[in-house]
Design a protein around this ligand. Structure first.
Ligand SMILES: *Cc1c(COP(=O)(O)O)cnc(C)c1O
Length: 511
């Protein structure tokens, strides 16, 4: 057995499994105060059938002890939907006040103590977004939603030729990414067989080794136009080597894009330095911007330039769709599907039909962004500005290692689950996925819900747990483990009992 990379592996049960140990870890945690920035639903809130927080009388009517119900839930589901920052309501109230009292002036009126004018919200969120994904502010923009952005980016970055037209994605890609890639192929007239899938090499594990990824890309290099991969795989939690894979693709002349849905706000990425061509993400998972909120995208500086064509550039140098009249200067920029919000701010309201893209990622915008969404994203970004991605990652690696080690120590006999997330801390983010023995998922999830524990299930047998470093604590993990392992034991007993009954039944029919 290789030596465990888990710093908690060396500890005795008597120390590691104690509540006191979790409390001590929380005391030592420099970021623990950020939890107070979030609304953690109580167990009563989760069970309450009425909208809004659970009051004492709701709790009594529900027949549950009010004191127990006012306990915070254990929320390990930030990989699916991040919790609400307390300040979001305050920011949204300001947005509503501005709209109510200023109407259309809210677009450009700077207000004391208010949020930036709506017209400039897109610029106001750039700097903090850029820090989170390791980019220049000009390389990022908050716009549209993830799948829409993947399509917009592929319209620029997937430019198939007769020789190179394939797209490589992973076989277990999130369905939306699969559909997006497949429909791009169809849109350009290529058959589904042009979609190359990276598939796990073993039936028992979803792991994709870097070696396998690189060799598959090499094998198809001569006919491949685009590689589209997730930064972190949604199911297994595997964190891919973005830098190395990007470099490999470029060495073969292949464009590469990254879906950072599960990576943004989770692991520190360096999109600029790693020379990534493009990336897109959503702002509602680890980013805590609210369900379905506006997403974001990255276009590397070298792809976002806008320049004036010299006569030597010839017609080939012209961007698609740019009519060239002698009187007008001709612009060179990466082709794209464009809209008015991507056009130069100074001339935007002159309503002339000449598209002058804003240099950088902003030039990919289509519509004026929802100020409601932007305001919500701003609240979540302001929480991130209380720390750095490096500090968050440091906490996250320890907290996830603690969860992993606690999951590995099971005192109820045979452990009824295996962990399918890489144990190497540099190959995962906050999430750990456990594959349960068949038949256990439903009874386990039922008990977790009853006990106010929120995790995410992927049928048929996987539970995903993600301690989000902004708001989860060691005590959350401790409480989770006690409830989860107890639930596993109950579910195991239940399934053994069912097996015995089935044996009796089948003996009965045989007789
Ligand atoms: C969450 C997620 C999506 C969701 O896409 P939307 O367009 O925001 O609905 C897509 N792809 C991946 C990999 C995801 O994790």
């Amino acid at each position: 057995m290789p030596k465990s990379q888990n710093p908690f592996a060396a500890l005795d049960d008597s120390e590691l499994l104690s509540e006191q140990f979790a409390l001590q870890q929380d005391e030592k945690d420099e970021l623990s105060h950020i939890r107070d920035e979030f609304i953690i639903p109580t167990k009563g809130d989760l069970k309450n059938k009425k909208q809004g927080p659970c009051t004492e009388s709701d709790a009594l009517q529900g027949g549950v002890e009010a004191s127990k119900d006012s306990e915070p839930s254990v929320y390990l589901c930030g990989n699916s939907l991040g919790l609400q920052p307390r300040r979001t309501r305050d920011y949204l109230n300001k947005y509503l006040d501005t709209w109510a009292t200023k109407g259309v002036y809210g677009h450009h009126k700077a207000l004391e103590g208010g949020l930036p004018p709506w017209l400039h919200l897109d610029d106001a969120v750039k700097e903090q977004t850029a820090k989170i994904v390791g980019a220049l502010p000009s390389e990022v923009v908050v716009m549209e939603t993830l799948t829409a952005n993947l399509h917009l980016l592929m319209s620029s970055f997937y430019r198939p030729t007769k020789e190179r037209y394939k797209i490589i994605i992973e076989g277990k890609a999130f369905p939306s990414d699969h559909f997006a890639a497949l429909s791009q192929l169809a849109h350009h007239g290529y058959p589904a067989s042009s979609l190359i899938l990276l598939v796990p090499q073993s039936d028992s594990s979803p792991y994709l080794s870097t070696e396998y990824i690189l060799s598959t890309i090499s094998q198809h290099a001569a006919s491949t136009a685009l590689v589209l991969l997730p930064g972190i795989q949604f199911y297994s939690g595997q964190y891919f080597d973005i830098k190395l894979i990007t470099h490999h693709c470029h060495s073969l002349g292949i464009t590469v894009g990254w879906d950072l849905a599960h990576a943004v706000g989770n692991v520190p990425v360096q999109l600029h330095d790693w020379n990534v061509d493009f990336a897109a993400w959503c702002n509602y998972k680890y980013m805590n911007g609210g369900p379905g909120v506006i997403g974001g995208l990255f276009v590397h500086e070298r792809h976002g330039t806008v320049s004036v064509a010299s006569p030597d550039d010839g017609p080939d140098g012209l961007a698609d769709g740019e009519a060239s009249s002698k009187a007008e200067e001709q612009l060179l920029f990466k082709p794209r599907l464009s809209g008015w919000w991507g056009s130069d701010k100074k001339s935007r309201f002159q309503m002339e039909n000449k598209f002058v893209p804003i240099p950088g990622a902003s030039g990919w915008q289509l519509s004026n962004p929802s100020a409601l969404d932007m305001t919500s994203v701003m609240a979540s970004l302001d929480i991130f500005s209380l720390t750095t991605m490096e500090k968050l990652r440091e906490k996250s690696q320890r907290l996830t290692a603690y969860l992993e080690e606690r999951l590995l120590r099971y005192d109820g006999g045979e452990r009824p689950y295996t962990l399918i997330t890489p144990s190497n801390p540099s190959e995962r983010g906050a999430q750990i996925s456990a594959l349960l023995h068949p038949g256990l998922l439903d009874p386990v999830m039922e008990i977790l819900e009853e006990e106010g524990v929120v995790v995410d299930e992927r049928r048929p047998d996987v539970i995903r747990m993600a301690p989000a470093p902004l708001y989860n604590s060691y005590m959350d993990v401790h409480r989770f483990i006690l409830i989860f392992q107890e639930a596993c034991k109950k579910a195991q007993e239940g399934s053994k009992k069912k097996d015995r009954e089935e044996v009796v039944m089948s003996n009965g029919t045989n007789a």
